[in-house]
Design a protein around this ligand. Structure first.
Ligand code: ADP
Ligand code: MG
Length: 274
């Protein structure tokens, strides 16, 4: 398999879409695993109280396991909370915890409540770089709402990756998401850009999927990846084994397409001087 170029500085993505069930978590864990398979050091931050990304990466979660909640609310160091995924030596996860559901409320009265993830993450990234073991990519998996958790993700990130499901209502809600991102950019994080759009759950048998894909490419010609993720059973089965499809079924079309999408992301980063 070909080698992917590593970015010179850490690329931090928020994977966002205000719709649930569009493939945010699936995209987060599989892109992360695909990049790790090619030797990159990758950190997944599971900011969804549901904890699906942590589970899919095979990270054990108990009520008393340190989590992103402790980083956001108790100022724990990221280094003390990260867990290594069993799949790849260079794939790490900052796991979620059910307490995170309450964090939306607990954050409200806190000082610099929108910046807490960014501060903690930047400190960890600098520490790893100083140790000569840099993080190449961070992917933050968001809950489907625009609360303080998602705002913390947008403030911590430099890039937004939007997965779009190739179905009828795909573009609905997207303009709302984009104007929210614009607000964040204007007031909290001027460096934020929507760099990447990934078409997911593509069903090649339907004319509709084709049309939605065409629409998205017309609206976002530079952001949309050429690779499309097909709807496959193997992708949806993998999480129940605590695995990504990249290791669960490496030769499957789902795995191959996520590896190709990851390659495009790596190549574009190199082209844009990240
Ligand atoms: P979100 O995080 O946006 O809520 P998920 O990633 O959890 O969405 O995906 C929603 C459901 O769709 C999950 O059951 C997941 O396994 C399934 N799924 C995601 N992508 C695919 C795909 N390409 N093919 C088949 N099933 C998929
Ligand atoms: Mg999810």
């Amino acid at each position: 398999s070909r080698t992917f170029p590593f970015p010179e500085t850490t690329r931090i993505f928020t994977v966002a879409n205000q719709k649930g069930g569009v493939g945010k978590t699936t995209t987060t864990v599989n892109l992360a695993a695909a990049l790790a398979k090619h030797g990159a050091t990758v950190l997944v931050i599971d900011l969804d109280p549901q904890g699906n990304a942590s589970t899919a990466l095979g990270i054990e979660r108990r009520a008393d396991t340190p989590s992103i909640y402790d980083v956001l609310i108790h100022d724990d160091d990221v280094a003390e909370v990260v867990a290594k995924s069993p799949e790849f030596e260079t794939l790490w996860c900052l796991p979620s915890n059910i307490n995170l559901a309450g964090a939306e409320i607990e954050l409200v009265p806190m000082v610099a409540r929108e910046q807490r993830l960014r501060t903690a993450l930047d400190e960890y990234i600098s520490k790893r770089a100083a140790e000569g073991d840099p993080i190449h990519y961070v992917f933050i998996d968001c809950p489907p709402s625009l609360g303080l958790l998602t705002i913390n993700a947008f403030v911590a990130a430099r890039e937004v990756l939007i997965p779009i499901q190739c179905e009828y209502y795909a573009l609905e809600g997207l303009s709302q998401l984009l104007s929210n991102i614009q607000l964040i950019e204007r007031h909290l994080n001027p460096a934020l850009t929507v760099s990447t759009i990934l078409l997911t759950m593509y069903d090649a048998r339907t004319r509709l999927a084709f049309q939605v894909a065409e629409d998205v490419r017309t609206h976002f010609p530079t952001q949309t990846l050429a690779t499309v993720i097909p709807r496959t059973v193997r992708i949806s089965e993998a999480p129940s084994y605590g695995q990504t499809v990249i290791t669960f079924d490496p030769g499957s079309t789902g795995s191959v397409s996520y590896l190709e999408a990851a390659g495009e992301i790596a190549d574009r980063g190199a082209a844009h001087g990240h």
